[in-house]
Design a protein around this ligand. Sequence first.
Ligand SMILES: Nc1ncnc2c1ncn2[C@@H]1O[C@H](COP(=O)(O)OP(=O)(O)OP(=O)(O)O)[C@@H](O)[C@H]1O
Length: 223
Amino acid sequence: MLIRVDDVYKHYMRQQAEIEVLRGIHMEIAAGEMVAIVGPSGAGKSTLLHLLGGLDRPSSGTIYYDNWALHQFRDEELADFRNRHIGFVFQFHHLLPEFSALENAMMPALIQQRAVHEARRDAQQLLGEVGLGDRLHHRPGELSGGEQQRVAVVRALVNAPDVVLADEPTGNLDQAMGQSLQQLLRRLNEELGHTFIIVTHDREFAAQMDRAISLVDGKASAV
Ligand SMILES: Nc1ncnc2c1ncn2[C@@H]1O[C@H](COP(=O)(O)OP(=O)(O)OP(=O)(O)O)[C@@H](O)[C@H]1O
């Protein structure tokens, strides 16, 4: 699925003053690409990722997924679109503490009202692929940070989304765990062919991807 961002602006109101965070973003991302979004703190990287994921709406401009313009969807349609086509991985993985790794990973499939046995099969297979085949019934509190982050990656992939959006997925991991997660994301991109858009401060990680887009002063440019 081709993603096209056309002249997107985003401003926030703060203490009655308008701050313009994104000022006319243009970009295109092809199916299967793995793209880094880099830029200084406060540049609007997370803001852009939220807009791409339909978690928030631009102040003006349009985001297209193939021929669908996100702004044409009503809120509930957007939520459904998100659940079908987009997987999210955040820095703090937001796993549900009362549920096992397997149950957490199945959650988006159950929300999509897929059959429980299918959800379980897909989540279990992906957990095996990320090396957690023997951790299925552990709760998040019984897993290491890197293991929790891998569960969050599986949860993002379980509905076979077209696009995976990740916001600093390695941000709270130590170096070794961060690197192993980077390699895992790269391998999943190559093997499964999902499009990955990843906000990262890590230059080495950005350099491993197909390309990087830099956000500075509210505008995007190729690195
Ligand atoms: N909901 C909001 N209301 C008001 N201002 C906001 C809101 N969300 C973000 N901002 C502001 O927009 C700017 C961009 O924030 P954003 O989180 O997108 O930056 P970032 O590039 O992801 O930064 P970092 O690398 O530090 O995470 C910041 O100045 C931030 O304070």
